[in-house]
Design a protein around this ligand. Structure first.
Ligand code: ZN
Ligand code: ZN
Length: 115
């Protein structure tokens, strides 16, 4: 069973949207999309959509997500992207700490060999 990428709860195939890029799934409700809104097969989840570079970054470009309707909130894209970035930062910090520990062990071993 698939889980919703927005709220983390399980969803059935019928009330879920599947991202055409990363296969992430989301409730229609979590993205503020009503049953009436038609979703194309190339629908992208907010995460993937935020990764797509906007062609011609003029400030007065019209909204480009007509395929999912205009009522999809923009702040959700930002939230998910930010969370992923934070998670990545945490992971790299953890990796650094592990490296420190490994270095300490190597030093310890060296001093023990010297004795
Ligand atoms: Zn959901
Ligand atoms: Zn995706």
């Amino acid at each position: 069973m698939a889980k919703c990428g927005a709220c983390g709860r399980y969803l059935s195939v019928t009330d879920g949207l599947t991202c055409g890029k990363c296969d992430a799934t989301c409730h229609r409700g979590c993205l503020n999309l009503s049953e009436k809104v038609k979703i194309s097969t190339s629908w992208m989840c907010p995460t993937c959509k935020s990764k797509v570079p906007r062609a011609g970054d003029n400030s007065n470009t019209p909204v480009m997500c007509q395929d999912v309707g205009d009522n999809s909130p923009v702040y959700k894209d930002i939230d998910i992207g930010l969370e992923i970035r934070l998670l990545r930062n945490e992971l790299s910090e953890m990796r650094n700490e592990l490296k420190d520990i490994r270095d300490n062990f190597a030093m310890l071993r060296d001093t023990m060999l010297e004795v």
